[in-house]
Write a protein that binds this ligand. Structure first.
Ligand code: FE
Length: 205
């Protein structure tokens, strides 16, 4: 039986962000709490569902399991996004900076591609450590439940759904993405990268 999950606290809510308002962040947190509540509700219903009725056209199992991937995706995506915020942004040093240089030709090239991916995606853009080639890649994700490519670990999440910026920027998504880049907590990204590289090493690659 799946444990009930609860909404977490994030440091991005105890500091003032540059260009992303408290009103936006509070509205965004309410949406995140909604994903948490729906995850619990769907999991509870799945405990009691008739598994023998499973059908790909329509069935209660299908409806619940597909929507669970959306709700839980919404929880995980936002937990990554919120913990990525609250830092000084700009050009990272340390291992993240080294790999942005190695895999993208520098911070500016990486940021230009992430911004373009943030304009091309309907909901999300990620920076991920990919075990296919043990390199960093930007990836687009459209919905909460369309994940980055398999076997890769997202280490940075850019939420480009309108709710992440319309209070502050209306339809001006590029200005919001610039603000996002000014608030990245690179220490959070670096600790996620360290875990991904340790996993790659453990896999003997
Ligand atoms: Fe969001």
């Amino acid at each position: 039986m799946a444990d009930k999950i609860t909404a977490k606290q994030f440091k991005a809510y105890s500091v003032e962000l540059d260009g992303i308002s408290k009103a936006t962040m509070d509205a965004h947190y309410t949406l995140y709490q909604g994903y948490v509540n729906k995850t619990n509700e769907i999991r509870e219903k799945l405990e009691a569902v008739d598994l023998a009725s499973a059908n790909q056209v329509f069935s209660d199992v299908r409806a619940l399991a597909v929507d669970l991937s959306f709700a839980l995706g919404g929880v995980k995506n936002h937990e990554l996004y919120f913990s990525n915020l609250g830092g000084k942004g700009g050009k990272p040093d340390g291992r993240v900076g080294e790999l942005l240089d190695r895999d993208f030709g520098g911070y500016d090239k990486w940021a230009a591609q992430l911004k373009a991916y943030g304009m091309a995606g309907r909901g999300w853009a990620w920076l991920a450590y990919d075990f296919f080639d043990n390199k960093l890649h930007n990836y687009v994700g459209d919905a909460q439940n369309s994940y980055p490519i398999w076997d890769a670990v997202p280490i940075l999440a850019l939420d480009v759904y309108e709710h992440a910026y319309f209070i502050d920027y209306g339809t001006r998504r590029p200005a919001y993405i610039d603000a996002f880049l000014r608030n990245i907590d690179w220490q959070d990204v670096a600790s996620r990268l360290a875990v991904a590289e340790a996993m790659a090493k453990a896999r003997g690659k």
